[in-house]
Design a protein around this ligand. Structure first.
Ligand SMILES: Cc1ncc(COP(=O)(O)O)c(C=O)c1O
Length: 429
């Protein structure tokens, strides 16, 4: 038997936001206000259910988005699950999703018996290409999910045109883009359903939490049905369709932890100020890099105001540096003290789960199982390199810069100067 005491201690998984550059960023995500809110709620025993703090937070979310219905969930993934269930995604259906996003955007779909259909990003960008979405619509398409990835906003007019022409509803995954706008409208309020993650590193954080919001009463009622067990009685349901199932719904429970929502309620008050600081930092760095052809800014849709800034991607152009590999550039910039990185998200069609398929329900069953048709015309085919060339090329050339949330004076100009020195160094390598 191995001696457990002698084994190395596993590292705790802690994932809350912190200052990315000590000295240049004075930001502290959690402070006295959040701590006091949690203490007060605990002393009031406000620890479970749709408590007053939870209800006020949901009311504030409705106010900010202009949407009629909003409900909190225990994380962003369960808000998306609620949205898919709300839109009646089920066996034999397809959902169109960008190949470039975090897996949780689409992870509920196979569990509901449906298949993801991946789509390309706009060339050199991080948002889905509406033309490619249109090409991938079939009679099975039940929903389109778009993601305002890293806080960069999708072309919602073009996406909603596809939706109007085909009748397929749109989910906006706004997990990265709290407080962003498209043509003056808050993201999440343009499609049929908006979903947000409030996970620990998000701009408005509950530690773990999520929100789903919509104007569609049926979607909302179904979202209550799938996740809000015992919370719905006489309070939340809008239509009469599901009243007979009160108060247990399907018995599934995605309810948010009130203490987390208490933290998020405090954070939400600071979101606009946070976005303002992050925006001015990102814009100053982008402006400072205009004379650096090797690092190009990423487009956000015309008429959009980015928000959240969950990451700061730029596109590396190897041709501008005679083909110097991206990793060399990253290391050269890092040697100048700026913590740049290639980005953490793999394209979904490259993940073994989707690339090779998976026997999700065991016994060779499920919508992404290579042995099962699962109500479709053919078994899951999987993917190979080259299936999404536009996204693959861009993805392999992104370089992520740090996002400062409370930059010290001159921080942006110091960072720009260091990046330029790094790029020059890389050019000589
Ligand atoms: C784009 C996107 N969608 C969905 C999620 C899922 O949110 P959660 O981690 O709160 O479940 C995340 C989380 O990081 C995300 O980045």
């Amino acid at each position: 038997m191995p001696d457990r005491n002698k084994e190395a201690k596993p590292q705790a998984f802690v994932q809350t936001a912190k200052s990315v550059m000590d000295g240049l960023d004075r930001w502290n995500q959690v402070g006295e206000d959040e701590a006091n809110a949690v203490r007060d709620m605990a002393l009031r025993n406000e620890l479970s259910g749709g408590t007053p703090v939870v209800r006020e937070f949901e009311e504030e979310w409705r106010r900010r988005t202009g949407l009629k219905y909003a409900i909190t969930t225990f994380n962003g993934t369960s808000s998306l699950y609620s949205a898919y269930f709300g839109l009646k995604v089920g066996p034999g259906d397809e959902v169109i999703c960008p190949t470039y996003t975090w897996i949780c955007t689409i992870s509920p779909v196979p569990l509901l018996g449906a298949r993801p259909v991946f789509a390309e990003c706009v060339p050199g960008g991080v948002t889905v290409d509406p033309d490619d979405v249109r090409r991938r619509i079939t009679s099975r398409t039940r929903a389109i999910v778009v993601v305002h990835l890293w806080g960069w906003v999708c072309d919602m007019d073009a996406i909603m045109d596809v939706s109007k022409d085909t009748g397929v509803p749109v989910i906006e995954d706004c997990s990265h883009s709290h407080g962003a706008f498209y043509k003056g409208r808050p993201v999440g309020s343009i499609g049929h359903v908006g979903c947000w993650s409030l996970q620990g590193s998000k701009p408005t954080s509950a530690g773990e939490g999520g929100v789903i919001a919509t104007n569609d009463p049926e979607v909302f009622d179904r979202a209550c049905l799938i996740g809000q067990v015992n919370r719905i009685k006489g309070m939340d349901l809008v239509t009469n369709h599901y009243q007979h199932l009160q108060p247990l719904g399907t018995g599934m429970k995605f309810r948010a932890h009130p203490l987390g929502i208490g933290v998020a309620a405090v954070q939400l008050k600071k979101l606009d100020a946070l976005n303002k600081r992050r925006a001015s930092f990102v814009e100053e760095v982008e402006a400072g890099l205009t004379g650096v052809p090797a690092l190009r800014p990423i487009p956000s849709a015309q008429g959009s105001q980015r928000g959240g800034y969950y990451g700061f991607p730029t596109l590396y152009k190897p041709a501008a540096l005679d083909g110097v590999p991206r990793q060399t550039v990253i290391e050269a910039i890092r040697s100048e003290g700026v913590p740049v990185n290639p980005g953490g998200y793999e394209l979904l069609h490259r993940l073994p789960y989707f690339r090779d398929g998976f026997d999700l329900f065991g016994h060779n069953r499920g919508p992404i199982c290579k042995e099962d048709k699962a109500g479709f015309d053919a078994p899951w085919a999987g993917f190979k390199e080259g299936d999404f060339p536009i996204s693959e090329i861009a993805h392999d050339n992104f370089i992520f810069l740090p996002v400062l949330s409370d930059p010290a004076p001159e921080a942006a100009s110091k960072i720009v100067a260091a990046i330029k020195r790094g790029v020059e160094k890389a050019a000589k390598m």
